[in-house]
Ligand binder design. Sequence first.
Ligand code: HQG
Length: 194
Amino acid sequence: MRDDGLTRHPCEMDERRTIKVSKYLSKHLRHQPERIGLALDEAGWVEIDTLIAAAAAHNFRFTREELDHVVAANDKKRFAVDGTRIRASQGHSVEVDLGLPQATPPPYLFHGTVDRFLDAIRAEGLRPMNRHAVHLSADRETATRVGARRGRPVVLPVDSAAMDRDGHVFHVSANGVWLTEAVPPRYLRFSEPR
Ligand code: HQG
């Protein structure tokens, strides 16, 4: 069976196909544009036509309608469309300057992780690892889901008010993810009841 979806109407796009296209977009708009010969501009944007053609040339076919469906239906609003262009709203490992506004965080933000990282996090705080920034959530539920990708979730509250007072810079992405360069251990609360 062909899985390129070209013959299907976008409304018939099932969840598996939507997720598959979404993952493909994430991979090439955040991490490996060069894999399909794509060049993102300095803010991470690429022409949608160019993206569709580059993907097709690498045997992954989807239509503009399907792309629009994926962008609109995406559970986390991972992608932003601006006229003829698209970019990932956050989560990049490639060098981009998203030009996000600086923002004052709420008093507490939350980071979802798992037990096995806690010793390292206690020692060195939260680091961006492969991404550009540490990702923080505005609510516990979201942080719990982020942690649960890796195992039994552990949610660490972050004293973002204190970080803000101490001059740490925060940005908020178009899809509501809070980003900061690093979170030193003193701003983390480890005494969460399990
Ligand atoms: C951990 C997904 C050891 C950190 C999610 C995390 C989010 C450390 C992992 C977004 C550490 C990095 C980001 C340290 C942090 N030592 N481990 N010093 N500091 N860590 O995926 O926050 O589906 O880069 O706890 O929903 O898990 O892609 O970050 O476990 O919003 O849109 O190192 O990615 O969104 O992992 O997730 P990640 P994250 P998307």
